[in-house]
Design a protein around this ligand. Structure first.
Ligand code: 5RP
Length: 233
C-alpha cells in the first residue's frame, strides 16, 4: 500500500476512534483500516483508561484487539451495539457499499445491523459514483453444493470466481464458508441485485451493504471529511 494511502487510513481511523466514548459497546470491523482503528482504540484504552466492550467481525480483528488491551466479548452476549466502525471497498453517494474483500462480510453485516450508529472509514480511493466499477462483488456461500450455487450465480453475471488462497486451496471464511467473487460491472440496481442473490439457496450473504452506513469518514493524507448519510429524496 502506498505510504499516502496508509496515512489516509490512519487519519480516518483516528477520526473514527474519537467517536468511541467511555462505556460504549462497540462493533469492530475487519481489514487494514479497521486494524488501524483497533490500534488507536487500544492506545486510548491503555493510556487514557477508555473502557469499552467490543465484539469483532473476524478472528483476526479479535486477536489484534485482545493484544491491544480491548475487551472482546462473545457477540451472543450483546443484543445491540452503540457504535460499529468498519471499512469498505466501495461506497456510492447514497452510502451504499461493497464490502467483503477480506472475506468477513457475513459477520460484518450482522454486526452492522446490530449497530445503533454505523461509522465507515475509507481513504479517498473508495468513494465511487456507481457500485461495481472497481471491485468484484463478494458473496458468501455454503461449501455444501458450492458448484451448483456457483452455476446459479453465473446465470446473473458475466463471470464468477471461487476465491482461493495463493496455494490454490479455497479461501475459507471464519464461519467455514466460501466466497464467490462476482464480476458484475457497474451495478444499476443494488437493492434488486441483493434480493435476487439472497433468493438463491446456498447464498448466505452478499457484500452489498445498503442502509448500513450512518456516518462516512473519508480521509486523505492531510484531511478528514465527515458526512451523515443523505436523507432519501
Ligand atoms: C473486509 C472488508 C473491509 O472492510 C474492506 O475490504 C476494506 O478493507 P481495507 O480497510 O483493508 O481497505 O469488508 O471483509
Amino acid at each position: 500500500m502506498p505510504e499516502s494511502q496508509e496515512k489516509a487510513k490512519q487519519n480516518a481511523a483516528i477520526a473514527g476512534a474519537a467517536m468511541v466514548l467511555h462505556g460504549m459497546t462497540v462493533g469492530l470491523g475487519s481489514g487494514t483500516t479497521a486494524e488501524l482503528l483497533v490500534a488507536e482504540l487500544g492506545r486510548r484504552v491503555r493510556h487514557f483508561g477508555l473502557m469499552i466492550t467490543a465484539v469483532s467481525t473476524s478472528e483476526r480483528t479479535s486477536d489484534l484487539a485482545k493484544l491491544a488491551g480491548i475487551q472482546i466479548v462473545d457477540p451472543a452476549e450483546i443484543k445491540t451495539l452503540d457504535i460499529v466502525i468498519d471499512g469498505a471497498d466501495e461506497i456510492d453517494p447514497q452510502f451504499r457499499m461493497i464490502k467483503g474483500r477480506g472475506g468477513a462480510l457475513l459477520r460484518e453485516k450482522i454486526v452492522a445491523a446490530a449497530g445503533h450508529k454505523r461509522i465507515i472509514l475509507v481513504d479517498q480511493t473508495k468513494p465511487v459514483l456507481q457500485l461495481g466499477t472497481r471491485h468484484h462483488l463478494p458473496v458468501e456461500i455454503a461449501a455444501f453444493g458450492q458448484h451448483w450455487t456457483l452455476s446459479q450465480l453465473l446465470k446473473l453475471v458475466q463471470k464468477v470466481t471461487l476465491r482461493t488462497l495463493p496455494n490454490g486451496m479455497p479461501f475459507i471464511t471464519d464461519g467455514g464458508n466460501r466466497i464467490a467473487d462476482l464480476h458484475t460491472g457497474p451495478i444499476l440496481n443494488p437493492e434488486s441485485l441483493q434480493a435476487t442473490l439472497l433468493a438463491i439457496p446456498g447464498v448466505y450473504e452478499t457484500g452489498l451493504f445498503i442502509d448500513l452506513c450512518d456516518v462516512l469518514i473519508v480521509a486523505n493524507s492531510t484531511n478528514v471529511q465527515i458526512s451523515n448519510r443523505p436523507k432519501p429524496a
